[in-house]
Ligand binder design. Structure first.
Ligand code: F6P
Length: 358
């Protein structure tokens, strides 16, 4: 029997999604199976008729491997269980997603998403009896049970390059440059880029920070004869009042952003240093995937299809201890993976004399 596999991307986009879609399509073609690309995440399945097209292996060339974003489109809004309707009500539309799966005559679904999207997809699959396999993606790298999520590596590259570019201008003007990076409640991007990009201070949500510690670090740098510094701040670092700086979007979802300005203002006041702020934003999500994200996308896409071949569902492919493995989605969606405050990156940062604010 010819299998028809649906594939969708859900949640915020990132680099490496197309490499993943390509790999899954090519591996499925080896089995003689058809890959159906679903548009805009679960919204594509909710539509009547579903928004989808067959992905031809012949179109999955190396150019696709290099493409940023997702050719399928995605959304991080519109949870089908609480779908916002035009009249302001919210409606449970999960059954429509299930109906879209059957309308496309699918045998299995590959969902590429972060922890939030994978939890929603799993709940829909449970309700409708769908055969789901998950692939972790998010620049935040906070998906549980995997050391690597697609997109993180390219985001770290973007943040590292930002520090590379900020360094000469910081030195020329003798300024303290504050770089705010994404990552939601995890500091993975900040700590990795902070080490790779030579930051003097790295503030992450997992380690409470105190102004005095950062001021002391800037004082030490000055005493050593250097009159500039690089500070990297994760977007969910709390402000002076202990609150995360955020706004609410139309669906009432919390969106972080702005703490970099607060940190810079407090440092300027405490030290008299001239500060400037760069909020890196979605630059971290776009762009061509770096080799690691292409590699992870390829490995995850292939393994996802092999799980379907073996009839193993309700699982997520993962990278653990230098191996591609798969884990129960149940364990993935129960928690997220933040930076280990005594883990190797924190230890490395401390060993380099980087101030973590504590
Ligand atoms: O989860 C990925 C992420 O890029 C976070 O790092 C960030 O807080 C958020 O999404 C931004 O979301 P949006 O694209 O809706 O602004």
């Amino acid at each position: 029997m010819t299998k028809r596999i649906g594939i969708l991307t859900s949640g915020g986009d990132c680099a490496g999604l197309n490499a993943t879609i390509r790999a899954a399509t090519l591996r499925a073609a080896q089995e003689g199976w058809t890959m159906v690309g679903i548009r805009n995440g679960t919204a594509g399945l909710m539509a009547t008729p579903p928004l989808a097209e067959v992905l031809e292996p012949s179109r999955c060339d190396a150019q696709m491997l290099r493409l940023g974003g997702t050719i399928l489109g995605t959304t991080n809004k519109g949870n089908p269980f609480k779908f916002p309707m035009p009249d302001g009500r919210v409606k449970d539309r999960a059954n429509e997603v299930v109906a879209g799966y059957h309308a496309l005559d699918l045998d299995a679904l590959i969902g590429i998403g972060g922890d939030g999207s994978l939890a929603i997809l799993r709940a829909i699959a449970a309700r409708g009896g769908l055969n789901l396999v998950g692939i972790p993606k998010t620049i935040d790298n906070d998906v549980a049970m995997t050391e690597v999520a697609i997109g993180h590596s390219t985001a770290v590259l973007a943040a590292t390059q930002a520090l590379d570019n900020l360094q000469p201008t910081a030195a020329s003007h003798e300024r303290v440059m504050v770089l705010e990076v994404m990552g939601r409640d995890a500091g993975h991007i900040a700590i990795a880029a902070g080490i790779a990009g030579g930051a003097d201070v790295v503030l992450i949500p997992e380690i409470p920070w105190h102004l005095d510690s950062v001021v002391a670090q800037l004082g030490r740098i000055k005493a050593d004869g250097r009159n500039f510094a690089l500070v990297i701040v994760a977007e969910a670092v709390p402000d002076e009042a202990g609150r995360k700086v955020a706004s609410r979007d139309a669906e009432g979802k919390r969106r972080y952003g702005g703490v970099g300005h607060e940190v810079a203002a407090r440092l300027a006041k405490a030290t008299g240093a001239e500060t400037r702020v760069t909020v890196l934003g979605h630059v971290q999500r776009g762009g061509a995937p770096d080799p690691r994200d292409r590699l992870m996308g390829a490995a995850f896409g292939v393994h996802a299809v092999e799980l379907i071949r073996d009839g193993k569902f309700d699982r997520m492919v993962a990278w653990w201890n230098r191996r591609v493995v798969d884990v129960p989605l149940e364990k993935v969606v129960a928690r997220s993976r933040t930076v280990d405050p005594v883990g190797p990156l924190v230890t490395t940062a401390r060993g380099l004399g980087i101030c973590l604010g504590d």
